[in-house]
Design a protein around this ligand. Structure first.
Ligand SMILES: Cc1cc2nc3c(=O)[nH]c(=O)nc-3n(C[C@H](O)[C@H](O)[C@H](O)COP(=O)(O)OP(=O)(O)OC[C@H]3O[C@@H](n4cnc5c(N)ncnc54)[C@H](O)[C@@H]3O)c2cc1C
Length: 403
Protein backbone atom coordinates (compact mmCIF):
# COMPACT_ATOMS: atom_id res chain seq x y z
CA UNK A 1 0.00 0.00 0.00
CA UNK A 2 1.23 3.44 -0.86
CA UNK A 3 -1.67 5.72 -0.04
CA UNK A 4 -4.00 5.23 2.89
CA UNK A 5 -6.86 7.61 3.72
CA UNK A 6 -8.49 7.65 7.12
CA UNK A 7 -11.93 9.28 7.11
CA UNK A 8 -13.05 10.51 10.54
CA UNK A 9 -10.96 12.29 13.16
CA UNK A 10 -12.30 10.82 16.36
CA UNK A 11 -10.46 8.36 18.58
CA UNK A 12 -10.95 5.59 16.00
CA UNK A 13 -9.28 7.68 13.31
CA UNK A 14 -6.23 8.73 15.31
CA UNK A 15 -5.72 5.22 16.62
CA UNK A 16 -5.80 3.86 13.08
CA UNK A 17 -3.08 6.34 12.08
CA UNK A 18 -0.94 5.42 15.08
CA UNK A 19 -1.35 1.70 14.47
CA UNK A 20 -0.52 1.94 10.77
CA UNK A 21 2.73 3.70 11.54
CA UNK A 22 3.38 1.45 14.54
CA UNK A 23 3.05 -1.58 12.29
CA UNK A 24 5.60 -0.21 9.86
CA UNK A 25 3.47 1.37 7.14
CA UNK A 26 5.75 3.83 5.30
CA UNK A 27 3.46 5.19 2.56
CA UNK A 28 1.39 8.37 2.38
CA UNK A 29 -1.21 8.83 5.09
CA UNK A 30 -4.03 11.40 5.23
CA UNK A 31 -6.70 11.89 7.86
CA UNK A 32 -9.84 13.76 6.77
CA UNK A 33 -12.13 15.01 9.49
CA UNK A 34 -15.24 17.15 9.42
CA UNK A 35 -14.31 18.76 12.72
CA UNK A 36 -11.89 21.67 12.84
CA UNK A 37 -10.06 20.22 15.83
CA UNK A 38 -7.43 17.53 15.92
CA UNK A 39 -8.94 14.32 17.36
CA UNK A 40 -10.18 14.64 20.93
CA UNK A 41 -11.78 12.38 23.52
CA UNK A 42 -15.54 12.59 23.94
CA UNK A 43 -16.23 10.91 27.32
CA UNK A 44 -15.22 14.06 29.27
CA UNK A 45 -17.75 16.12 27.27
CA UNK A 46 -20.57 14.89 29.50
CA UNK A 47 -18.37 14.88 32.61
CA UNK A 48 -15.37 17.16 33.31
CA UNK A 49 -15.88 19.54 30.37
CA UNK A 50 -19.58 20.00 31.14
CA UNK A 51 -18.73 20.55 34.78
CA UNK A 52 -16.16 23.21 33.82
CA UNK A 53 -13.24 21.23 35.24
CA UNK A 54 -11.54 20.73 31.87
CA UNK A 55 -11.68 22.40 28.52
CA UNK A 56 -9.28 20.48 26.33
CA UNK A 57 -9.50 16.76 25.68
CA UNK A 58 -7.24 16.63 22.62
CA UNK A 59 -5.72 13.19 22.10
CA UNK A 60 -1.98 13.38 22.61
CA UNK A 61 -0.53 12.53 19.19
CA UNK A 62 2.66 13.67 17.46
CA UNK A 63 1.35 14.37 13.96
CA UNK A 64 4.76 15.24 12.56
CA UNK A 65 6.27 12.01 13.79
CA UNK A 66 3.26 10.16 12.44
CA UNK A 67 3.84 11.78 9.03
CA UNK A 68 0.12 12.20 8.54
CA UNK A 69 -1.53 14.98 6.56
CA UNK A 70 -4.44 16.38 8.50
CA UNK A 71 -7.35 17.67 6.47
CA UNK A 72 -9.40 19.23 9.27
CA UNK A 73 -12.78 20.86 8.69
CA UNK A 74 -13.15 18.80 5.51
CA UNK A 75 -15.84 16.24 4.89
CA UNK A 76 -15.90 13.08 2.80
CA UNK A 77 -18.93 13.32 0.54
CA UNK A 78 -18.75 10.14 -1.50
CA UNK A 79 -16.85 6.93 -2.16
CA UNK A 80 -16.07 5.23 -5.44
CA UNK A 81 -14.55 1.77 -5.25
CA UNK A 82 -12.43 0.27 -8.01
CA UNK A 83 -11.40 -3.38 -8.27
CA UNK A 84 -8.70 -2.44 -5.77
CA UNK A 85 -8.60 0.91 -4.01
CA UNK A 86 -10.75 3.80 -5.13
CA UNK A 87 -11.41 7.49 -4.57
CA UNK A 88 -12.91 9.38 -1.64
CA UNK A 89 -14.76 12.46 -2.85
CA UNK A 90 -14.37 15.24 -0.29
CA UNK A 91 -14.78 18.94 0.23
CA UNK A 92 -10.98 19.08 -0.19
CA UNK A 93 -11.22 17.40 -3.61
CA UNK A 94 -10.83 13.81 -4.78
CA UNK A 95 -8.57 11.64 -2.64
CA UNK A 96 -7.39 8.46 -4.37
CA UNK A 97 -6.39 5.61 -2.09
CA UNK A 98 -5.30 2.04 -2.08
CA UNK A 99 -6.26 1.59 1.55
CA UNK A 100 -9.20 3.21 3.37
CA UNK A 101 -10.21 3.39 7.02
CA UNK A 102 -13.83 4.40 7.62
CA UNK A 103 -14.07 5.91 11.12
CA UNK A 104 -16.85 8.46 10.81
CA UNK A 105 -18.44 7.64 14.15
CA UNK A 106 -22.01 8.52 14.94
CA UNK A 107 -24.32 11.51 15.21
CA UNK A 108 -27.01 12.14 17.80
CA UNK A 109 -30.63 11.37 16.97
CA UNK A 110 -32.87 14.39 17.43
CA UNK A 111 -36.60 14.83 18.03
CA UNK A 112 -39.18 16.41 15.75
CA UNK A 113 -40.17 20.03 16.36
CA UNK A 114 -38.70 23.44 15.72
CA UNK A 115 -37.93 24.38 19.30
CA UNK A 116 -34.26 24.56 20.31
CA UNK A 117 -32.80 21.18 21.30
CA UNK A 118 -29.27 20.55 22.54
CA UNK A 119 -27.33 17.39 21.84
CA UNK A 120 -23.95 16.38 23.20
CA UNK A 121 -21.42 15.04 20.71
CA UNK A 122 -18.82 17.72 20.08
CA UNK A 123 -16.70 19.97 22.29
CA UNK A 124 -18.77 22.91 21.01
CA UNK A 125 -21.97 21.16 22.13
CA UNK A 126 -20.48 20.66 25.59
CA UNK A 127 -19.23 24.23 26.00
CA UNK A 128 -22.54 25.63 24.79
CA UNK A 129 -24.58 23.49 27.15
CA UNK A 130 -22.19 24.27 30.02
CA UNK A 131 -22.86 27.98 29.63
CA UNK A 132 -26.60 27.31 30.06
CA UNK A 133 -26.38 25.25 33.24
CA UNK A 134 -26.96 28.21 35.52
CA UNK A 135 -28.51 28.09 38.98
CA UNK A 136 -32.28 27.69 38.83
CA UNK A 137 -32.41 27.11 35.05
CA UNK A 138 -35.08 24.56 34.13
CA UNK A 139 -33.17 21.84 32.30
CA UNK A 140 -35.31 19.14 30.73
CA UNK A 141 -33.40 16.11 29.47
CA UNK A 142 -35.06 13.66 27.11
CA UNK A 143 -33.68 10.15 27.60
CA UNK A 144 -32.54 8.48 30.83
CA UNK A 145 -29.65 6.71 29.10
CA UNK A 146 -25.93 7.09 29.80
CA UNK A 147 -25.68 10.64 28.46
CA UNK A 148 -28.96 11.77 30.05
CA UNK A 149 -27.86 10.52 33.46
CA UNK A 150 -24.44 12.19 33.21
CA UNK A 151 -25.90 15.53 32.09
CA UNK A 152 -28.50 15.34 34.88
CA UNK A 153 -25.71 14.71 37.40
CA UNK A 154 -23.79 17.84 36.39
CA UNK A 155 -26.85 20.05 35.93
CA UNK A 156 -28.16 19.12 39.39
CA UNK A 157 -24.75 19.86 40.93
CA UNK A 158 -24.87 23.31 39.36
CA UNK A 159 -28.20 24.04 41.04
CA UNK A 160 -30.42 23.68 37.98
CA UNK A 161 -33.98 22.40 38.28
CA UNK A 162 -33.58 19.13 36.37
CA UNK A 163 -36.27 16.91 34.91
CA UNK A 164 -35.46 13.74 32.97
CA UNK A 165 -38.16 12.41 30.68
CA UNK A 166 -37.91 8.78 29.60
CA UNK A 167 -40.24 6.88 27.24
CA UNK A 168 -39.47 3.47 28.79
CA UNK A 169 -40.53 2.49 32.29
CA UNK A 170 -37.01 2.62 33.71
CA UNK A 171 -33.70 4.37 33.01
CA UNK A 172 -31.21 2.48 30.82
CA UNK A 173 -33.84 -0.09 29.80
CA UNK A 174 -32.37 -0.47 26.31
CA UNK A 175 -28.77 -0.74 27.47
CA UNK A 176 -28.98 -3.00 30.52
CA UNK A 177 -32.61 -4.11 30.63
CA UNK A 178 -35.49 -2.83 32.76
CA UNK A 179 -34.71 -4.96 35.83
CA UNK A 180 -31.20 -3.56 36.35
CA UNK A 181 -32.14 -0.16 34.90
CA UNK A 182 -34.83 0.18 37.61
CA UNK A 183 -32.12 -0.10 40.27
CA UNK A 184 -30.68 3.20 39.09
CA UNK A 185 -33.99 5.11 39.31
CA UNK A 186 -33.59 6.08 43.00
CA UNK A 187 -30.28 7.80 42.16
CA UNK A 188 -32.20 10.55 40.38
CA UNK A 189 -34.40 11.46 43.34
CA UNK A 190 -31.39 11.29 45.65
CA UNK A 191 -29.69 13.95 43.50
CA UNK A 192 -32.82 16.12 43.46
CA UNK A 193 -33.61 15.26 39.83
CA UNK A 194 -37.19 14.60 38.82
CA UNK A 195 -37.40 11.40 36.75
CA UNK A 196 -40.56 10.94 34.68
CA UNK A 197 -40.66 7.50 33.07
CA UNK A 198 -43.21 6.14 30.59
CA UNK A 199 -43.55 9.63 29.08
CA UNK A 200 -43.31 9.92 25.31
CA UNK A 201 -42.31 13.22 23.75
CA UNK A 202 -44.10 14.27 20.53
CA UNK A 203 -41.89 17.23 19.72
CA UNK A 204 -39.69 20.00 21.02
CA UNK A 205 -41.51 23.30 20.84
CA UNK A 206 -40.56 26.84 21.81
CA UNK A 207 -40.28 26.83 25.61
CA UNK A 208 -40.30 23.10 26.18
CA UNK A 209 -41.66 19.69 25.26
CA UNK A 210 -45.00 18.72 23.80
CA UNK A 211 -45.94 15.26 25.04
CA UNK A 212 -47.43 12.50 22.92
CA UNK A 213 -50.51 12.12 25.12
CA UNK A 214 -51.06 15.89 25.28
CA UNK A 215 -49.57 18.18 27.89
CA UNK A 216 -46.33 20.12 28.04
CA UNK A 217 -43.19 20.31 30.07
CA UNK A 218 -41.79 23.82 30.30
CA UNK A 219 -38.03 24.19 29.94
CA UNK A 220 -35.36 26.83 29.60
CA UNK A 221 -33.10 24.27 27.98
CA UNK A 222 -34.03 20.98 26.31
CA UNK A 223 -31.26 18.38 26.05
CA UNK A 224 -31.91 15.36 23.85
CA UNK A 225 -29.98 12.17 24.68
CA UNK A 226 -31.93 9.46 22.92
CA UNK A 227 -29.08 7.71 21.14
CA UNK A 228 -26.92 8.02 18.07
CA UNK A 229 -26.84 6.65 14.57
CA UNK A 230 -23.72 5.89 12.54
CA UNK A 231 -22.69 8.70 10.20
CA UNK A 232 -22.83 6.88 6.86
CA UNK A 233 -24.62 9.16 4.41
CA UNK A 234 -21.37 9.74 2.48
CA UNK A 235 -21.24 6.01 1.69
CA UNK A 236 -24.59 5.95 -0.11
CA UNK A 237 -24.11 4.49 -3.59
CA UNK A 238 -20.63 3.14 -2.79
CA UNK A 239 -21.81 -0.48 -2.96
CA UNK A 240 -20.54 -1.24 0.55
CA UNK A 241 -22.85 -3.35 2.65
CA UNK A 242 -24.47 -1.02 5.18
CA UNK A 243 -26.96 -1.96 7.84
CA UNK A 244 -27.19 0.05 11.04
CA UNK A 245 -23.44 0.44 10.63
CA UNK A 246 -20.84 -0.51 8.03
CA UNK A 247 -20.98 -4.32 8.04
CA UNK A 248 -17.57 -5.93 8.58
CA UNK A 249 -16.06 -9.29 9.39
CA UNK A 250 -14.08 -9.92 12.57
CA UNK A 251 -10.99 -8.29 11.04
CA UNK A 252 -12.99 -5.15 10.04
CA UNK A 253 -12.98 -5.92 6.31
CA UNK A 254 -16.03 -4.38 4.68
CA UNK A 255 -18.19 -6.18 2.11
CA UNK A 256 -19.11 -5.12 -1.37
CA UNK A 257 -22.78 -5.84 -1.94
CA UNK A 258 -23.32 -8.95 0.11
CA UNK A 259 -21.86 -10.66 3.11
CA UNK A 260 -19.81 -13.44 1.56
CA UNK A 261 -16.10 -14.24 1.81
CA UNK A 262 -15.62 -13.44 -1.89
CA UNK A 263 -17.04 -9.94 -1.46
CA UNK A 264 -14.87 -8.92 1.48
CA UNK A 265 -12.74 -5.83 0.81
CA UNK A 266 -9.43 -6.15 2.68
CA UNK A 267 -8.45 -2.69 1.41
CA UNK A 268 -11.45 -0.94 3.04
CA UNK A 269 -11.91 -1.32 6.79
CA UNK A 270 -14.38 0.30 9.20
CA UNK A 271 -13.94 0.83 12.95
CA UNK A 272 -15.43 2.55 15.99
CA UNK A 273 -18.99 3.79 16.41
CA UNK A 274 -19.78 3.37 12.70
CA UNK A 275 -18.81 -0.31 12.36
CA UNK A 276 -20.99 -3.37 12.89
CA UNK A 277 -18.37 -6.10 13.24
CA UNK A 278 -18.66 -9.84 13.52
CA UNK A 279 -17.88 -11.09 17.01
CA UNK A 280 -16.91 -14.76 17.01
CA UNK A 281 -17.05 -14.67 20.81
CA UNK A 282 -20.74 -13.78 20.84
CA UNK A 283 -21.63 -15.33 17.49
CA UNK A 284 -23.33 -12.15 16.35
CA UNK A 285 -22.68 -8.76 14.86
CA UNK A 286 -21.88 -6.05 17.42
CA UNK A 287 -22.12 -2.32 17.03
CA UNK A 288 -20.40 -1.03 20.14
CA UNK A 289 -20.58 2.73 20.57
CA UNK A 290 -17.97 2.90 23.31
CA UNK A 291 -14.57 4.42 23.83
CA UNK A 292 -12.69 1.18 24.51
CA UNK A 293 -13.63 -0.25 21.11
CA UNK A 294 -12.59 2.95 19.33
CA UNK A 295 -9.30 2.73 21.25
CA UNK A 296 -8.40 -0.88 20.54
CA UNK A 297 -10.16 -2.07 17.39
CA UNK A 298 -8.22 0.19 14.97
CA UNK A 299 -5.04 -1.77 15.61
CA UNK A 300 -6.67 -4.87 14.15
CA UNK A 301 -8.11 -2.83 11.28
CA UNK A 302 -4.61 -1.47 10.55
CA UNK A 303 -3.20 -5.01 10.56
CA UNK A 304 -5.88 -6.05 8.07
CA UNK A 305 -5.03 -3.20 5.70
CA UNK A 306 -1.38 -4.21 5.85
CA UNK A 307 -2.19 -7.82 4.98
CA UNK A 308 -1.58 -9.18 8.49
CA UNK A 309 -4.03 -11.75 9.81
CA UNK A 310 -5.69 -10.56 13.02
CA UNK A 311 -9.14 -10.85 14.48
CA UNK A 312 -10.76 -8.55 17.06
CA UNK A 313 -12.20 -10.62 19.84
CA UNK A 314 -12.22 -8.26 22.82
CA UNK A 315 -14.89 -8.27 25.51
CA UNK A 316 -16.73 -4.96 25.04
CA UNK A 317 -16.20 -2.52 27.93
CA UNK A 318 -17.91 0.70 28.93
CA UNK A 319 -18.06 3.03 31.91
CA UNK A 320 -20.27 5.89 33.02
CA UNK A 321 -19.91 8.32 35.90
CA UNK A 322 -23.33 9.22 37.21
CA UNK A 323 -24.78 10.52 40.47
CA UNK A 324 -21.44 10.12 42.24
CA UNK A 325 -21.07 6.49 41.17
CA UNK A 326 -18.72 4.70 38.82
CA UNK A 327 -20.81 2.37 36.71
CA UNK A 328 -18.90 -0.12 34.54
CA UNK A 329 -20.05 -2.78 32.15
CA UNK A 330 -18.16 -5.57 30.41
CA UNK A 331 -19.42 -8.25 28.05
CA UNK A 332 -22.67 -8.67 26.19
CA UNK A 333 -25.83 -9.99 27.78
CA UNK A 334 -28.19 -9.78 24.81
CA UNK A 335 -28.91 -13.52 24.80
CA UNK A 336 -28.04 -14.41 28.39
CA UNK A 337 -30.26 -16.88 30.23
CA UNK A 338 -30.31 -15.32 33.68
CA UNK A 339 -29.07 -12.63 35.97
CA UNK A 340 -27.49 -12.94 39.39
CA UNK A 341 -27.24 -10.13 41.97
CA UNK A 342 -23.92 -9.79 43.69
CA UNK A 343 -24.38 -7.63 46.76
CA UNK A 344 -27.51 -5.74 47.76
CA UNK A 345 -28.68 -3.66 44.79
CA UNK A 346 -30.49 -1.26 47.08
CA UNK A 347 -27.12 -0.56 48.73
CA UNK A 348 -24.33 1.67 47.56
CA UNK A 349 -22.09 -0.88 45.84
CA UNK A 350 -23.29 -3.86 43.87
CA UNK A 351 -22.79 -5.94 40.79
CA UNK A 352 -25.21 -7.62 38.41
CA UNK A 353 -23.93 -10.63 36.51
CA UNK A 354 -25.48 -12.28 33.46
CA UNK A 355 -24.94 -15.97 32.78
CA UNK A 356 -25.73 -18.58 30.19
CA UNK A 357 -25.42 -21.99 31.78
CA UNK A 358 -22.26 -21.68 33.85
CA UNK A 359 -20.62 -19.17 31.53
CA UNK A 360 -20.34 -15.54 32.57
CA UNK A 361 -21.59 -13.31 29.71
CA UNK A 362 -21.52 -9.83 31.21
CA UNK A 363 -21.36 -7.77 34.40
CA UNK A 364 -22.50 -4.35 35.44
CA UNK A 365 -20.67 -3.03 38.48
CA UNK A 366 -21.55 -0.04 40.63
CA UNK A 367 -18.54 1.22 42.56
CA UNK A 368 -17.01 -2.27 42.53
CA UNK A 369 -14.07 -1.81 40.15
CA UNK A 370 -12.37 -5.02 41.29
CA UNK A 371 -15.38 -7.05 40.26
CA UNK A 372 -15.20 -5.43 36.86
CA UNK A 373 -11.51 -6.15 36.31
CA UNK A 374 -11.77 -9.76 37.43
CA UNK A 375 -15.04 -10.45 35.62
CA UNK A 376 -13.68 -9.02 32.40
CA UNK A 377 -10.86 -11.56 32.54
CA UNK A 378 -13.22 -14.42 33.36
CA UNK A 379 -15.51 -13.44 30.49
CA UNK A 380 -12.54 -13.23 28.12
CA UNK A 381 -11.26 -16.65 29.18
CA UNK A 382 -14.75 -18.19 28.98
CA UNK A 383 -14.09 -20.35 32.04
CA UNK A 384 -17.15 -21.77 33.84
CA UNK A 385 -18.22 -20.13 37.10
CA UNK A 386 -20.10 -21.24 40.18
CA UNK A 387 -23.22 -19.06 40.27
CA UNK A 388 -23.64 -19.37 44.06
CA UNK A 389 -20.07 -18.18 44.67
CA UNK A 390 -20.56 -15.39 42.15
CA UNK A 391 -23.63 -14.19 44.05
CA UNK A 392 -21.59 -13.79 47.24
CA UNK A 393 -20.01 -10.29 47.19
CA UNK A 394 -17.41 -11.40 49.71
CA UNK A 395 -15.99 -14.02 47.34
CA UNK A 396 -13.69 -12.41 44.74
CA UNK A 397 -15.04 -12.98 41.22
CA UNK A 398 -11.89 -14.82 40.21
CA UNK A 399 -12.50 -17.35 42.98
CA UNK A 400 -15.98 -18.08 41.64
CA UNK A 401 -14.30 -19.77 38.69
CA UNK A 402 -14.76 -23.55 38.68
CA UNK A 403 -11.42 -25.28 39.05
C1 LIG B 1 -20.73 13.04 25.42
C2 LIG B 1 -20.19 11.66 25.24
C3 LIG B 1 -19.79 10.93 26.36
C4 LIG B 1 -19.30 9.64 26.22
N1 LIG B 1 -18.94 8.95 27.34
C5 LIG B 1 -18.45 7.70 27.23
C6 LIG B 1 -18.07 6.96 28.38
O1 LIG B 1 -18.18 7.44 29.52
N2 LIG B 1 -17.60 5.72 28.21
C7 LIG B 1 -17.45 5.15 26.97
O2 LIG B 1 -17.01 4.01 26.87
N3 LIG B 1 -17.79 5.84 25.85
C8 LIG B 1 -18.29 7.09 25.96
N4 LIG B 1 -18.65 7.78 24.83
C9 LIG B 1 -18.54 7.13 23.50
C10 LIG B 1 -17.18 7.33 22.86
O3 LIG B 1 -16.78 8.66 22.96
C11 LIG B 1 -17.29 6.92 21.40
O4 LIG B 1 -17.51 5.53 21.38
C12 LIG B 1 -16.07 7.28 20.58
O5 LIG B 1 -15.94 8.67 20.50
C13 LIG B 1 -16.16 6.70 19.18
O6 LIG B 1 -15.07 7.12 18.41
P1 LIG B 1 -15.10 7.12 16.82
O7 LIG B 1 -13.75 7.58 16.41
O8 LIG B 1 -15.63 5.84 16.35
O9 LIG B 1 -16.22 8.19 16.42
P2 LIG B 1 -16.36 9.73 16.71
O10 LIG B 1 -15.76 10.07 18.02
O11 LIG B 1 -17.82 10.03 16.52
O12 LIG B 1 -15.51 10.45 15.59
C14 LIG B 1 -15.91 10.46 14.25
C15 LIG B 1 -15.34 11.67 13.57
O13 LIG B 1 -15.60 11.57 12.18
C16 LIG B 1 -16.05 12.83 11.71
N5 LIG B 1 -16.85 12.62 10.50
C17 LIG B 1 -18.12 12.15 10.40
N6 LIG B 1 -18.51 12.10 9.12
C18 LIG B 1 -17.46 12.53 8.39
C19 LIG B 1 -17.25 12.69 6.99
N7 LIG B 1 -18.19 12.38 6.10
N8 LIG B 1 -16.06 13.18 6.58
C20 LIG B 1 -15.09 13.48 7.48
N9 LIG B 1 -15.24 13.34 8.81
C21 LIG B 1 -16.41 12.87 9.25
C22 LIG B 1 -16.84 13.38 12.86
O14 LIG B 1 -17.02 14.77 12.74
C23 LIG B 1 -15.96 12.99 14.02
O15 LIG B 1 -14.96 13.92 14.24
C24 LIG B 1 -19.17 9.07 24.94
C25 LIG B 1 -19.56 9.80 23.81
C26 LIG B 1 -20.06 11.09 23.96
C27 LIG B 1 -20.50 11.86 22.75
Amino acid sequence: MERIIVVGGGLGGVRAVESLRGRGYEGALTLVSAERHPPYDRPPLSKAVLAGESDDTTVDADWDALRCDLLLGERATGLRLDARGGVVASTAGDLPFDGLVIATGAVPITLPGDGPQHVLRTIEDSRDLRSRLTEGARIVIVGAGWIGAEVATTAAKKGCAVTVVEAADTPLAGAIGPAVGALTAPWYAEAGVELRTGVKVAEVGGGGLLLAGGGRIEADVVVVGIGVRPDLSWLDGSGLLLERGVVTDGSFRTYLGEEAPGSARPDVVAVGDCAAWWSARYGRRLLVEHWDTALNAPDVAAATLLGQDEVYDAVPYFWSEQFGRMVQYAGNHSVSERMVDRGDPSGRKWTAAWLTGDRLDAVLTVDRPRDLVQARRVIAAGTPVDAAALADPDVPVRQAVRG
